[in-house]
Design a protein around this ligand. Structure first.
Ligand SMILES: [Ca+2]
Length: 349
């Protein structure tokens, strides 16, 4: 018997509603590509303590510390959280086209504020990070969200080896870049600066990169007030994060800031709750040359470039060339709401 159209439509809407409810309740699978790193450690622990996320893997990239130290730190962090079920794998050992620049100045001698965590009870996976990313994206098509919070070397290697992952991931949310000045120098943010060629590959891979830049991270700061809240309840993870935050805030205060930028945790926060940030679609290129601007993320706010055509001895503007956005650029965050979320997930754990 033929069903009336209205009944079919209402059944479809019930199905869509139920699918939506199911999607909302199913934790999102994420892979965090990381160079731990004080704020990386905070980001990882935020992810591991958030029911909205299922952390499938940590892949380690050199950046704040070298690859060996980074792997050791990642293993100790998952061990502290009692989460040896999370796959941890090392990846590239150096940037694609330049020497590694490490950041013990900001992150302490071991990258974790000098805090000595107990030896890890977890073991590293033997797979190469970029290969692991490719494998997992194919295992869970359209389900994996990549959260790179270090230089983009591993992601560039993965998407160069298998460009199909650009259409098979659910999302890619990076901490990196800036549209209003850098944190390394006048123009460049550290993760992009540490491997501009890799960043260029990632921004041009065909996916929409959600870009949580250092400019917004610097307006999303953890202060002594937040630190006191973290210290109010004890637990192995929250005590560790409090020590990291204390070091990080002290270091930032010495440089004249009121608190410490929550760079990497905000990228994880964006995946947990996208309403924490304001995003705008733009076309972003990565400067790989430049006298002063190597590693800058050059964002086009207009969505077009002038089209200059040679007429005899000079050029004339003949209209504009529309640009296709390749990035959702973060313009602002709800910093206080984010810090509240961060502290509530870590405090007492
Ligand atoms: Ca990082």
């Amino acid at each position: 018997m033929k069903q009336p159209l209205s009944r079919s439509l209402s059944m479809i809407s019930i199905f869509v509603f139920l699918a939506g409810v199911l999607m909302a309740q199913t934790p999102r699978r994420v892979i965090i590509d990381t160079d731990p790193g004080v704020d990386d450690a905070m980001a990882i622990l935020l992810a591991l303590n958030s029911p909205e996320l299922k952390v499938e893997a940590l892949t380690v990239v050199p950046g704040n510390v070298d690859g060996r130290q980074g792997l050791e730190n990642a293993l100790k962090i998952v061990s502290l959280a009692g989460r040896c079920d999370v796959v941890v794998a090392s990846g590239a050992q150096h940037p694609l086209n330049q020497k590694l620049i490490t950041a013990q100045f900001w992150h302490g001698k071991n990258g974790l504020a000098g805090v000595e965590l107990p030896s890890s009870e977890c073991k590293a996976d033997s797979r190469f990070g970029p290969d692991l990313i490719i494998e997992m994206v194919h295992k869970y098509p359209h389900e994996i969200t990549l959260i790179p919070v270090g230089p983009l070397t591993n992601i560039a290697l993965a998407v160069s080896k298998d460009p199909t992952i650009a259409t098979l991931v659910r999302d890619i949310v990076i901490m990196g870049g800036s549209i209003t000045g850098g944190n390394v120098n006048g123009t460049a943010e550290a993760n992009i600066y540490n491997d501009p060629e890799a960043a260029s590959v990632v921004f041009n891979a065909g996916w929409m990169v959600t870009m949580i830049g250092s400019d917004v991270g610097e307006r999303t700061i953890i202060t002594r007030k937040h630190l006191a809240e973290l210290q109010a309840l004890h637990g192995p993870e929250s005590d560790f994060v409090a020590k990291l935050a204390d070091f990080y805030v002290t270091r930032s205060e010495k440089s004249g800031y009121q608190g410490a930028a929550m760079y990497d945790p905000l990228a994880v926060g964006t995946v947990i709750d996208p309403t924490l940030v304001t995003l705008k679609d733009m076309h972003v290129d990565v400067e790989t040359k430049g006298e002063f601007t190597r590693g800058e993320t050059v964002a086009n706010r207009m969505g077009s470039n002038e089209n200059n055509v040679l007429h005899g001895d000079h050029y004339e503007i003949e209209g504009v060339i529309e640009l296709k956005p390749n990035a959702r650029v973060c313009l602002a965050s709800d910093a206080e709401r984010f810090l509240k979320l961060f502290i509530s997930r870590i405090k007492g754990k």
